[in-house]
Design a protein around this ligand. Structure first.
Ligand code: IVH
Length: 678
């Protein structure tokens, strides 16, 4: 603090820039290296690094503790070398149901001028959820290996590939072509993904096997790659100096050369055969060691492939038929009632542990009591459970209601935590505990929300610590968190603490004080004010002082696009409450809330209505939505005539078909990333 006060205005500004650049560089470095999903170009990244280094050179006394140069040992701009593929690496168009597959085949026959009855032979194989790689062999020797990149230019990861046992350095057998690009998928088995994550600190954990494989392969330090049991399966070729008449022959050769390919591959020349295979593999999905997200159908005959060619980046001769959400069966052991930060009482089913697609599931949300009533769900029932992407598993239906099943579930008249009366508001499905200020579950819930990742993001401060420090009376409200040093000695001596943990907590709390305005609004936990509305409010009011003086009047809110009546009522009543106003004012004194920075809204998404569907694999939903909002777009939940774009992740379901029907522009996740270039 004191040090900052002595700085000139110019130095203060430089310090602000250095902090901002450090955060940005860290974020983009992580997106590039850990998630394999850069959202800015290399050039843009290099410019950030250059700006940082110039400032550090000019103001050596201002170099911060988190300087990108200190964090990465001075190698922030060190990346993989570029490598041009001899033939571009393409991607597959998606199909979501049998009808799409039938249409795909009909299109091919029309293109080839075949009668509908003419048979075409297809190779059918699982679509592995990994990352594609191009292996270039010359005279049977592995010369280079590169990632897909933008399809034309990838990154040279040869040194890392050399650590993968599955990939031969020299092709065995004979009659290999003089030159060949072998393409395939690098991935991790689900089991190995869990083992790797187990050893990583929470904040470094990968969210799925695909990200873990990408993060493991794209390490500049090959010693790390070496410790990760990456696997490889071939699924095609690029440029080749020999001619092959069909893929089956090629696969046969791969086997002789000791190149691994999928042993689940079959041939089929009928829709019936292809759909049977799809269903069979879909049923086996849980037992397959690696993540698969669909079936790829490719025309076997290479002459036909060449005739068909491409549409955009997709070959006309292949398609990926995606799987729907993963399902499984299990039994309900118990039904608990959980009380959230808004007092909502959610019934939660405790299940006989079940493995859904490699992920262990023991709980499922039952949403609300109407849902239980409608499906007549009880303890002892055999149920079907579904897991899609990162969302909480859901019970889709009751399969069997045994005679020994428990009693009907009755909504509690009193809160299971504080025993106050429960109420159900008009037109609401949710039952709530009335005791907003006194219910321990609600207080802890609010504190948890306040320190959470999307709010102030106080690292190392979770439910466990909140419960412990509340029990001792050290934390009664948000403000107490920033005065926790009063209890330094006592906390250090607590079980599970110590000097280092205490120091880390204090550092995290200090760091959290500098917070973006929209995150601050979100952290208050106002009902119906999620991330999107927080961003809208931040955009409108720019800084806290204006927010405080405006928000007890509805009129200021009525004109904000995207705010519905529920949110407007909730926001006004929050700010009409004197206690709440005081909390916001007090926090405003303690925190350094960064005013909202306006962006330019002259892009193709500004003012447009966007719907997201399906599981995104590179961006989190939150980040994808942030990008949209930053560009001035509006996010809607359902597809209607008014929708301008549907951004479609994995397993998109009915929204995608509706968008197709309505002729709405559909963008894949990758297209979204490259178009927004966030
Ligand atoms: S064939 C035109 N077969 O899926 C590309 N691809 O969007 C032909 N993938 O990047 C690829 N498993 O890396 C093919 N059995 C499989 C596959 C597969 C996974 C990946 C591939 C590509 C993406 C297609």
């Amino acid at each position: 603090m004191n040090k900052t006060n002595k700085l000139s205005n110019e130095e203060k500004n430089a310090l602000y820039q250095l902090k901002r650049l450090a955060k940005k560089i860290e974020k983009h470095n992580e997106l590039y290296h850990k998630n394999d999903s850069p959202i800015i170009t290399d050039r843009e990244f290099d410019i950030l690094v250059k700006q940082n280094n110039l400032l550090e050179k000019k103001y050596p006394n201002l170099v911060i503790k988190n300087s990108p140069n200190k964090m990465t040992g001075g190698s922030i701009s060190k990346k993989f070398e570029k490598s041009i593929h001899k033939l571009p690496m393409l991607s597959l168009a998606n199909a979501f149901n049998e009808k799409d597959l039938i249409e795909f085949i009909a299109r091919i026959k029309k293109f080839l001028n075949y009668g509908l009855e003419k048979k075409i032979n297809f190779i059918c194989e699982p679509k592995i959820d990994g990352l594609s790689i191009n292996l270039y062999y010359k005279n049977g020797k592995l010369i280079s290996a590169s990632t897909r990149g933008d399809g034309k230019i990838g990154e040279n990861v040869t040194n890392n590939i050399l650590t993968i046992k599955d990939i031969p350095l020299i092709l065995s057998g004979s009659n290999h072509p003089k030159e060949i690009e072998i393409r395939g998928e690098i991935f991790l088995n689900k089991k190995d993904f869990l083992i790797i994550n187990d050893k990583l600190e929470d904040k470094y954990k990968f969210s799925n096997p695909r990200n873990a494989a990408a993060g493991s392969l794209r390490q500049l330090n090959t010693n790390i790659t070496k410790t990760r049991p990456l696997k490889f399966l071939a699924h095609g070729i690029g440029a080749v100096s020999n001619n092959y008449d069909n893929l089956s022959t090629l696969y046969h050769n791969l086997k002789k050369w000791n190149i691994p390919f999928n042993n689940l591959i079959i041939n089929s020349d009928s829709i019936k055969g292809m759909m049977t295979y799809y269903k069979k593999i879909s049923d086996q999905r849980n037992n397959i060691e690696y993540d698969i997200d669909g079936i790829v159908f490719k025309i076997n005959n290479i002459v036909l492939q060449n005739r068909l060619g491409f549409v955009g980046k997709n070959p006309r001769w292949a398609i990926a038929l995606k799987f729907s959400a993963e399902k499984s069966k299990t039994v309900i052991k118990k039904i608990d009632f959980q009380v959230g930060r808004t007092g909502a009482i959610t019934p939660v089913a405790r299940l006989d542990v079940v493995n859904i697609g490699g992920v262990i599931v023991s709980n499922a949300t039952l949403h609300n009591f109407d849902e239980i009533e409608k499906k007549d769900i009880r303890v002892g029932d055999l149920i079907e459970i579904q897991r899609a992407g990162d969302v909480i598993p859901q019970i889709t239906k009751v399969i069997d209601k045994p005679a020994t099943r428990g009693n009907k579930i009755i909504p509690p008249t009193n809160c299971p935590i504080c025993d106050s009366k429960t109420v159900k508001e008009k037109e609401e499905a949710v039952l709530r505990c009335e005791n907003i200020m006194g219910c321990e579950a609600q207080i802890v819930g609010r504190l948890k929300h306040f320190v959470g990742k999307k709010s102030l993001n106080i690292d190392g401060f979770g439910e466990k610590q909140i419960l412990q420090l509340r029990k001792l009376g050290f934390i009664k409200n948000y403000i107490d968190i920033f005065k926790i040093n009063k209890f330094e000695k006592k906390i250090i001596n607590l079980e599970g603490w110590g000097r280092t943990s205490y120091r880390n907590l204090i550092n995290s709390i200090e760091k959290s004080k500098e917070v973006e305005f929209n995150k601050f609004i979100y952290s208050l936990g106002i009902r119906f004010v999620g991330e999107t509305i927080s961003m809208l409010l931040a955009r409108e009011f720019i800084k806290t002082e204006i927010l405080i003086s405006s928000l007890d009047k509805k009129i200021k809110l009525l004109n904000i696009d995207g705010l519905g009546p529920k949110a407007i009522n909730s926001i006004t009543s929050y700010f009409q409450n004197k206690n709440n106003k005081k909390i916001v004012c007090d926090l405003n004194k303690i925190l350094k809330i960064l005013p909202y920075q306006k962006s330019e809204y002259n892009n193709e998404f500004s003012g447009k209505n966007i719907v997201f569907t399906g599981a995104l694999s590179k961006l989190s939903r939150e980040e994808a939505k942030h990008i949209a909002i930053r560009l001035g777009a509006k996010i809607l939940n359902s597809v209607t005539k008014k929708t301008d774009f549907l951004i479609c992740g994995d397993k998109p379901g009915s929204k995608a078909s509706k968008a197709k029907e309505l002729n709405i522009k559909i963008l894949s996740e990758n297209e979204w990333i490259s178009k927004t270039n966030a």
